[in-house]
Design a protein around this ligand. Structure first.
Ligand SMILES: Nc1ncnc2c1ncn2[C@@H]1O[C@H](COP(=O)(O)OP(=O)(O)OP(=O)(O)O)[C@@H](O)[C@H]1O
Ligand SMILES: [Mg+2]
Length: 267
């Protein structure tokens, strides 16, 4: 009945090199992570600062080497891909980071920003591309006249919508979002979460969504994964984890107030 998962991570270990010639081996930033992401679903990854969330995402993006373990993406042995094949395949993952202003060129128009990935992939500019760009923008809840604006003229929420539209440009099966709402005002956070929920429905895109705030991500996640000090300490369907967490730490995260992205940081 259920189709093969889009992403399967097995026993993944990520370790940064220790500083200094005779430094002891650093302990792993991610110590044997195993999980799956089903097609069209969202997996929320939660944990305090330094727990290994970004390292995990960077290894899945092949920006960091894995020490051991395996990653299968759309059935491919993802860690074995190299060179041009890797570069092309990686373009098909949509990436959204915390600060859209760091990832959007301030001097380009929104139309130019959205055209970039299409042109890089070898698509020709013309009416068809214009239509595609206009569609991306409206799917992400911005009016057509934004096409001629520049990123530096946008609010944080508007800029994050553009970043999401760009991440969707190549119709990725997988989107990777690292704290996509953490830099935004609370009211805007909710709008962006609603947008992501809509896109999940309308496009069937799978998402890895990293945040500090378990309550925020529980609303839009089918499954939840809690990390602490490089270990996955809780993993299951969202309703199961929320109803009956197996760890005190998860209970603690669930009891923090809504809308404060950094509330788990103190833990
Ligand atoms: N470039 C690096 N070199 C060495 N160690 C690193 C590097 N980046 C991260 N680490 C270490 O790896 C561990 C995991 O860090 P990571 O950035 O993945 O955590 P995180 O969960 O994303 O934290 P945050 O919520 O603050 O973004 C931490 O102990 C961190 O100090
Ligand atoms: Mg991080």
């Amino acid at each position: 009945m259920s189709s093969a998962p889009i992403l399967e991570v097995q026993d993944l270990v990520i370790r940064y090199r220790a500083r200094g010639l005779f430094g002891a081996r650093a302990k792993p930033a991610v110590n044997g992570a195993s999980f799956q992401l089903a097609r069209g679903e969202t997996l929320g990854i939660v944990g305090e600062s330094g727990s290994g969330k970004t390292s995990l995402l960077r290894a899945i993006l092949r920006l960091l080497p894995a020490e051991s373990g395996s990653v299968r993406l759309e059935g491919q042995d993802w860690l074995a891909l190299k060179g041009e094949a890797l570069r092309r395949a990686r373009q098909k993952i949509g990436v959204v980071s915390q600060n859209p202003f760091l990832s959007l060129s301030p001097r380009l128009t929104i139309a130019e920003i959205l055209a970039e990935p299409l042109l890089a992939q070898g698509q020709r500019s013309g009416p068809e591309m214009q239509n595609k760009i206009a569609g991306l923008l409206s799917d992400c809840g911005l009016p057509a006249d934004f096409l001629q604006r520049r990123a530096r003229e946008l609010s944080g929420g508007q800029a994050q919508r553009v970043a999401i539209a760009r991440a969707l440009a190549l119709e990725p099966g997988l989107m990777i979002l690292d704290e996509p709402t953490s830099a935004l005002d609370v009211s805007v956070q909710a709008q962006i979460l609603n947008l992501l929920a809509d896109l999940k429905e309308s496009r069937g895109v799978s998402m890895l969504f990293v945040t500090h705030n378990l309550k925020v991500v529980a609303h839009i996640s089918d499954s939840l994964l809690v990390m602490r000090r490089g270990e996955i300490i809780e993993y299951g369907r969202t309703e199961q984890v929320v109803r009956a967490p197996t760890q005190d730490y998860t209970r603690e995260l669930l009891s923090f107030g809504r809308g404060n992205e950094h509330s788990a940081n103190a833990g």
